[in-house]
Ligand binder design. Structure first.
Ligand SMILES: [Zn+2]
Length: 313
């Protein structure tokens, strides 16, 4: 660890606020077992802490959303006994879009973001590979070349290691400048980037604890970096292993994970609890929903979750 490392004291800022967790699915398809595991973990951890639990629809890119999926996800969660607090927030709503624009403007005013005129192809030709696509080589960092039109807005990153402690995965370190580069906050197509929206939403909703899949572990340093620049509180993080198929690919709409059916509640939730290391009694797999939830609420222990990024089914 170098001396100039900027350490995020993950327990400090959120410490005084009452627990608030959330589940934030993308309505690009119906709920499947992989997303159910994240819902169960975030819900039970919030209830075990007598905290609030929110549901947010991450529907930033409407072209990727499946019509009716958001309603079907909410219907299934409700029918399966998940009780969320407050209204469901939709990232694509006019109110949220205005907020993202306002926050992006504040970063522009502080000269923390800059317009980028590069095309994907131009970047790919000169960039080296990072943890999440090519690392932007900073071509437009000091101004657009003449004749260039701004396409996307990028945030200036620093090559200081960023650290945080994940409650499941342990100590994490990232060097944004070398691993990610100046990342996009507003895309060339005008859409706000997930990294910006999620940070603004968590802040505005008072989220203190983020329990989600470890496929998002690499996004966390970007999100904490934005929070630091915006003087937002830093939440606690617990990244649960993701459910992978036999080939080791994360179970998702892209890998054709099957949609959960409403009558599958007990076996699906029982399997999620088992995946999360909670060791539910075998007889509860055959019974009614209420005793399963009662057992799960009183026996929930985050420390039983495997310290792995993925587990194959
Ligand atoms: Zn550029």
């Amino acid at each position: 660890m170098s001396d100039n490392a900027s350490t995020f004291p993950s327990s400090l800022p959120a410490h005084n606020a009452p627990y608030c967790g959330r589940f934030a699915p993308s309505p690009t398809g119906d709920l499947h077992q992989g997303s159910l595991i994240a819902a169960v973990a975030s819900y039970l951890d919030a209830r075990a802490h007598h905290g609030r639990w929110l549901v947010r629809m991450e529907d930033l890119d409407v072209t990727r959303c499946m019509p009716g999926a958001a309603d079907r996800i909410l219907h299934l969660l409700d029918a399966w006994g998940f009780e969320w607090d407050g209204p469901v927030v939709y990232q694509n709503s006019a109110e949220r879009q205005q907020r993202y624009a306002q926050v992006l403007q504040s970063l522009r005013d502080a000269d923390m973001v800059y317009p980028c005129g590069c095309s994907r192809k131009e970047i790919a030709e000169v960039a080296h590979a990072g943890i999440d696509g090519p690392v932007y080589p900073g071509i437009c960092r000091h101004g657009l070349a003449s004749g260039r039109e701004p396409r996307a807005w990028r945030i200036r990153t620093v090559d200081t290691p960023l650290r945080f402690i994940d409650l499941i995965q342990g100590a994490q370190t990232a060097d944004l400048a070398n691993e990610v580069g100046d990342f996009v906050l507003r895309r060339a197509d005008g859409l706000f980037a997930y990294q910006l929206a999620v940070v603004v939403d968590d802040q505005d909703q008072g989220v203190t604890h983020i329990v989600r899949g470890a496929d998002l572990l690499d996004s966390t340093p970007r999100q904490n970096y934005l929070r630091q620049l915006l003087h937002y509180r830093l939440p606690e993080y617990a990244h649960i292993p993701v459910l992978a198929n036999a080939a080791g690919e994360k179970l998702s709409k892209q890998t054709r994970a099957s949609a959960l059916q409403i009558e599958q509640a007990v076996p699906a939730i029982w399997s999620a609890l088992s995946f999360l290391g909670q060791q539910p009694p075998a007889e509860l797999a055959q019974g009614a929903l209420k005793p399963l939830w009662d057992w799960a609420r009183t026996h929930w222990q985050l420390s039983r979750i495997a310290r792995r990024r993925s587990i194959s089914s």
